[in-house]
Design a protein around this ligand. Structure first.
Ligand SMILES: *[C@@H]1O[C@H](CO)[C@@H](O)[C@H](O)[C@H]1NC(C)=O
Ligand SMILES: *[C@@H]1O[C@H](CO)[C@@H](O)[C@H](O)[C@H]1NC(C)=O
Length: 144
């Protein structure tokens, strides 16, 4: 009994350390948010490495379970993305600042993806102070 306890102690300790690390990571990434689906489809930061943007779009849409669909990936922190909806009513909101994004377009006829890296403002649908749907990206307006 004592031997078994001694043997399992490092394992238990390691489990606790891992649990602690996971909790720290999870809280840092706001896992309590209810827009996990939005983040799964649109958040990729830092941008996953791929040979080119076509390869990037194929890889990412495949991994996120949205192959053969047009989709935009945002390369910024969850905090920065979610803050677009801070203090906003439910509905569409245009981000005050620009985001580094990759727009993936899938051509159904040729079955090929094209990826375009952009630095655009983004329009999202806010619900309960969180981005829930991605609407589109817009070129930043140059004020003169
Ligand atoms: C992108 O990379 C893939 C391999 O990773 C290659 O097959 C394809 O030709 C490349 N496309 C362009 C447009 O360079
Ligand atoms: C992606 O968007 C383009 C227009 O920007 C459209 O022609 C095409 O059908 C869309 N592809 C899919 C898979 O919805």
């Amino acid at each position: 009994m004592v031997m078994a306890l001694k043997g399992s102690y490092p394992v238990l300790l390691l489990s606790l350390v891992l649990l602690g690390a996971w909790l720290a990571l999870a809280s840092g990434q706001q896992s309590t948010s209810t827009n996990d689906q939005f983040l799964r489809w649109h958040w990729d930061s830092p941008k996953t490495q791929a040979t080119n943007n076509t390869a990037y779009c194929n890889l990412l849409t495949h991994c996120r379970g949205i192959s053969r669909r047009n989709n935009t990936f945002i390369h910024d922190s969850i905090t920065a993305i979610n803050s677009i909806c801070t203090g906003k009513r439910d509905g569409p909101v245009i981000s005050p600042r620009t985001f580094k994004i990759t727009v993936c377009k899938f051509n159904l006829k040729t079955a090929t993806a094209t990826g375009t890296p952009l630095f655009h403002r983004i329009v999202v649908i806010c619900k309960k102070k969180l981005p829930m749907c991605f609407v589109r990206s817009v070129r930043p307006t140059i004020l003169v």
